[in-house]
Design a protein around this ligand. Sequence first.
Ligand code: 1HE
Length: 260
Amino acid sequence: MTHPDIHFELRGDHQEVAVIRLTRAAKRNALNDGLILALRDLFEQMPSTVRAAVIDGDGPHFCAGLDLSELKERDAGQGLHHSRMWHAALERVQYGPVPVIAALHGAVVGGGLELASACHIRVADESTFYALPEGSRGIFVGGGGAVRIPKLIGAARMTDMMLTGRVYNAQDGEKVGFAQYLVPEGQAFDKAFELAVRVAQNAPLTNYALMHALPRIAEQPADQGFFTEAMMAAIAQSAPEAKSRLADFLEGRAAKVRKD
Ligand code: 1HE
């Protein structure tokens, strides 16, 4: 499960949070084929103690996207398979075993933004900036960005980013929906880890429903969405864990909802 450019460790009282760090800082964590395949393998082989994951990057930037030095002359078929390889890897992130929280700083560009978009929560620090330089490199997104990025910020904003090279800073990126949390510089990992510990305490079936059912329901016509929701609700509430958590609340043992 190890790769020279990935640091992997388990943290938390019960080894319940996986920390995944891209450690190719000299190349700004640019993702070559080996790294993408290693990320796929890592999510496929996640230890069973893990309930949530944090992904971040070493050095001044989260990720510079596709390793452009590997962009060889590819024919159409090879290009198709290369893009499908990214799809397979990032699907393992989005539809893998546990929720993934991206801790962002510096450049989150091209394929780096596609990786961040496959995660379930994004925490950005104030040094973060977002761009899709594919437009100026004469290529197109190929790592699922055409599907996932419009869901975060809308197709019109993504089109503008790719046509004009527009770069969003951390504040504007949070406003348009790239990140759900904006924190002072240097604090993205700590905030992401704190959230991961909290996410890891949820019933696993609830987390599963949020990761696997919610995005599919969002794609369905309302009538089918309501039906899928009802099925998922019935399955989740029938789990023993749900019953014991409800009993805890009704018998005064569980935390109440309080504003921060
Ligand atoms: C790279 C890459 C890379 C840096 N592939 N080697 N992505 C891009 O078009 C972004 C290209 N990168 C940049 O714009 C900048 O490097 C950054 C804004 C990310 C960082 O700037 P900076 O000044 O901190 O670093 P640097 O000096 O530009 O880069 C340090 C080294 O990393 C340098 O190599 P060196 O051998 O000269 O030291 C850079 O060449 C190298 N480097 N980024 C390869 N991307 C599934 S399809 C997805 C399609 C895409 O992602 S396209 C967008 C690609």
